[in-house]
Design a protein around this ligand. Structure first.
Ligand SMILES: [Zn+2]
Length: 149
């Protein structure tokens, strides 16, 4: 409001009849709204999950989800290797590949496929498909958190 260099433009308002200030659309009320808050957007997209190999964004951090009551799960595969898996949906930066199988599935009622980074094809984890929903289980060692942009 300091940039208002023309005080004379306010002069005509002094001539407006008294009852005009009772109208809902008074000039004073309309002139004050100059900015709208933009914080909500940055709050949502502030953090990403990215591929640890190439840094490509995989999913917003808010895509974290709980499966069977937990976001992370620890599993052994048939070779005795231990994986810590974190569940996400959606994850636009990952892609399921190959044929789905129910063999050795870690989540009962879900078939799985291998999930790769779309950018560098690194193995990120697995994609699980249930009757009515699907999600990605990323190996926590294959991903990391990063700031968006
Ligand atoms: Zn990658």
């Amino acid at each position: 409001m300091d940039s208002e260099m023309q005080p004379f433009i306010q002069a005509p308002q002094h001539a407006v009849p008294m009852q005009a200030k009772d109208l809902p659309g008074s000039p004073e009320g309309g002139a004050k709204i100059t900015e709208k808050p933009k914080k909500a957007l940055t709050d949502q997209g502030g953090r990403m999950v990215v591929c640890r190999t190439c840094g490509a964004p995989l999913a917003p951090l808010c895509a974290r989800m709980a499966v069977n009551g937990s976001h992370t799960h620890v599993f052994f595969n048939p070779h005795g290797l231990v994986f810590e898996v974190a569940c996400f949906f959606p994850a636009p930066g990952a892609t399921p590949v190959g044929r789905s199988t129910v063999e050795f599935t870690w989540f009962s009622g879900h078939v799985w496929r291998v999930a790769l980074c779309k950018a560098c094809q690194a193995h990120l984890g697995w994609h699980f498909q249930g009757d009515s929903h699907s999600f990605f289980g990323f190996i926590t060692n294959a991903i990391r958190e990063a700031d968006a942009s």
